[in-house]
Design a protein around this ligand. Sequence first.
Ligand code: SF4
Ligand code: FES
Length: 253
Amino acid sequence: MSDKGMNLTLKIWRQKDAQSQGKMETYQIADISEHMSFLEMLDVLNEQLISEGQEPVAFDHDCREGICGMCSLYINGEAHGPDRGVTTCQLHMRMFNDGDTIYIEPFRAKAFPVVKDLVVDRSAFDRIQHSGGFVSVNTSGNTQDANALPIPKDDADKAFDAATCIGCGACVATCKNASAMLYVSAKVSQFALLPQGKVEAKDRVMNMVKQMDLEGFGNCTNTGACEVECPKGISLDNIARMNREYLKAAIDK
Ligand code: SF4
Ligand code: FES
């Protein structure tokens, strides 16, 4: 691998605030190492902008290791960019070539309004979580040993897989309907498969789906785009499971 830096043209969405109309702006950036992450490349751009007296580009990030779900970005028309199974913070510049033009936009969905530049408000996800994405457990006093409750390995594995959703919102940004079904189904499934989740199962699925609709997310039409772009490989099977959970709860009501 060569260590020669890349020269790139960046087309970036700039928007002053939620009320302003945004537009794409063009920036040139030089000598970018292929070993850098995408966000490090944006850090270099921002240092350049600050030294030129311009306002840096606002973008979300926190852990920078694929855990927190804070980073977003629609890169060359794909949520989290051209690689698979990675978040934007894990995307390497080696996925691009010297001389490339890279288009960088915020995640776009009615329920994710732009706050500034590339930052969107994903608090709709928090409100869905608050409506039912938890188990009510009294942990004071005589807490039961975890191993006292046997759980089939297959159920435990599937619950764990669902629990790896980091709430990034790429599924919504990718979906032509801006549906949040993959996200909500992961949050329902992580409990639906475990005995601890059964007690509140009906209220959980009913309340979370209701909140999802209130937030303005679109309907799922089974295109499967969400599964392709999800950095954590959350399976469409979870949507089928959530639909079954919802039907059971609706019939029993
Ligand atoms: S389902 Fe995947 S794409 Fe959607 S929020 Fe969870 S981790 Fe992100
Ligand atoms: S910054 Fe935490 S997942 Fe990307």
